[in-house]
Design a protein around this ligand. Structure first.
Ligand code: XMP
Length: 523
């Protein structure tokens, strides 16, 4: 059996859209948890995972359908607390001898609902029902409902469409709720999770300090005395991975920073300075800007740009990697959301909006084994780990920057002149945002140079220069976004500064498109 250093909570995923949020809520409580699809959770898996508690997620199926998803029955015999949510509640009830009825219009509930307590109080609901009206807002999303409780269960809360909204079998520490405590619209949901994990005996031992020590031991055990190469993009994920691995194995690590000539102002120098000078990490600075910009000459189709950059990046990385004698491992900054195997019920391929390129997409055929020390972390946890490792705040909090760089912020043909103008204008814009104390409120802000010139008048003369678009959005994950509501004063001041300080621009637009229908980048 595998030895585990932290208390572990297992989330069995039945395909809910919001399963990841359960993990987020638990990680915020310093509880280590993993999400696994129900098909993977066998008796042997459970034994090896050795959870201290289990959560059954929601899901889109109906337990009344034959062949619908189930947890292994051995889960109920482990003697650990279990919390069932929505579909997870219904599956628990049916497995243990209760009844679930398929949706009827009067019992289906979607959206905001209110739960009122039954006579007895439940420890996992400590802190609930304390408001004026003695009821609690929750988020419901169910068609089916439990119509008869399993033996041993009692009701602790009801809503208009769910007479068994909160139930529990206290002798076995099984809890089942019809609503989703993990979503924002169940305002006291986090408290319910907190009470549940305390009751299960979690001590909150999942800290970044502990993670750092563990990760270093694991890297040393995996790599031994072999060499590792790491593709650096200058972004937070690959940088944190590199610094962590360097702390574990020192000079056995070499980083390769591919400079495609599409970086922001002074970016290449800053990355090289930080890694070589501050951390003393062996770094190959592959200045291949001529190669990339040459290949992009005359290209204006966004997909051709992306594919050209993606392919060249791999070729170049491979060329430099081959020069490192005896490298057996490739380090990548893969994060947990990239590796969660979600349960897909639709099964269909999704439409390609953009061919994404990033350092993490290096090909399997390189024949190197992977070192992925951030695989268990969410983005904000990577940032905390970066702080723990002493990376400067200014660096950790940087806005995301796409793999294809400025190429996709320069619609139409890319020229060195346009890139030069864009770099300067972007730097002024970001400086403005920082000076106004807005940088950390914004998910991502950047300038784009438009494929058009417009007429202007400066001094007494006519100008015919480029127009620039400024973009700034708020977002939680980059999947959806709102444009940032700058004040008119800010926009006016910024436009004036850009036009005064950057030769070649005589007009500035602000992009007020949200995502959807727009995307964050222009291409
Ligand atoms: P879009 O433009 O698709 O961008 O709304 C969503 C987020 O992804 C970033 N982005 C990329 N990141 N490689 C990356 O590593 C890419 O090819 C790429 N394209 C877009 C974008 O900056 C935003 O944060």
């Amino acid at each position: 059996m595998t030895q585990h250093t932290h208390d572990r909570l297992l989330i069995i995923d039945f395909g809910s859209q919001v399963t990841q949020l359960i993990a987020r809520r638990l990680r915020e409580l310093s509880v280590y948890c993993e999400i696994h699809p129900y098909q993977r959770v066998t008796d042997a898996f459970l034994k090896d995972f050795a959870p201290k508690a289990i959560i059954f997620s929601g899901g889109p199926d109906s337990v009344t359908r034959e062949g619908s998803p189930r947890p292994p029955q051995s889960a109920y015999a482990l003697g650990v607390p279990i919390l069932g949510i929505c579909y997870g509640q219904q599956v628990m009830m049916q497995d243990l001898g209760g009844l679930v009825e398929a949706g009827k219009s009067h019992t289906a509930e979607f959206g905001r609902a209110y739960v009122t307590p039954a006579a007895a109080r439940l420890s996992i609901l400590e802190g609930w029902f304390e408001g004026e009206k003695g009821r609690e807002q929750v988020w419901m999303s169910h068609g089916d409902h439990v119509s008869k409780l399993a033996p041993g269960f009692e009701v602790y809360g009801t809503s208009s469409g769910a007479p068994f909204a909160i139930t529990a079998d206290l002798s076995r520490n099984f809890y089942a709720v019809q609503f989703h405590p993990e979503v924002h619209h169940t305002p006291r949901g986090a408290k319910l999770y907190e009470n549940f994990v305390r009751l299960a005996g979690f001590t909150g031992d999942w800290t970044m300090g502990a993670y750092r020590e563990d990760a270093i031991d694991k890297i040393r055990a995996q790599v031994g005395d072999k060499k590792v190469i790491c593709g650096l993009s200058g972004g937070v994920d690959s940088s944190v991975a590199a610094v962590l691995i360097h702390e574990a194995i020192g000079d056995q690590l070499t980083c390769v920073f591919v400079d495609h000539g599409l970086l922001r102002l002074n970016e290449a120098q800053e990355v090289v300075k930080m890694f070589r000078d501050t951390y003393n990490i062996p770094l190959i600075h592959a200045d291949e800007s001529d190669l990339f910009l040459g290949a992009l000459e005359g290209v204006s189709d966004p997909e051709v740009k992306r594919k050209t950059i993606g392919k060249l990046f791999i070729d170049v990385f491979q060329k430099y990697a081959n020069e490192i004698d005896g490298a057996e491992f490739l380090a990548q900054g893969t994060l947990y959301p990239d590796v969660i195997e979600s349960v897909s019920f639709s099964g269909g391929p999704s439409v390609t909006i953009k061919s994404h390129h990033n350092v993490g997409g290096l090909p399997e055929k390189m024949g190197l084994k992977l070192v992925e020390p951030l695989r268990e972390l969410f983005k904000d946890e990577v940032r905390s780990l970066g702080r723990e490792l002493g990376l400067p705040d200014q660096f950790i909090g940087r806005h995301p920057f796409p793999g294809p760089g400025l190429a996709i912020r320069c619609p139409g043909e890319i020229t060195r002149d346009k890139l030069e103008i864009l770099r300067k204008a972007d730097a002024v814009y970001i400086d403005q945002i920082r000076k106004h104390g807005l940088y950390d409120e914004i998910w991502q802000a950047f300038a784009a140079i438009l494929p058009m010139r417009t007429v202007g008048v400066m001094g007494d003369g006519r100008t015919y220069d480029y127009a620039l678009a400024l973009r700034a959005v708020t977002s939680v994950d980059g999947m959806t976004a709102d444009y940032y509501p700058f004040t008119h004063e800010f926009l006016g001041e910024t436009a004036t500064r850009i036009i005064n300080e950057v030769q070649g621009v005589n007009r500035v637009f602000y992009d007020c498109t949200s995502k959807p229908p727009g995307t964050i980048e222009l291409e």
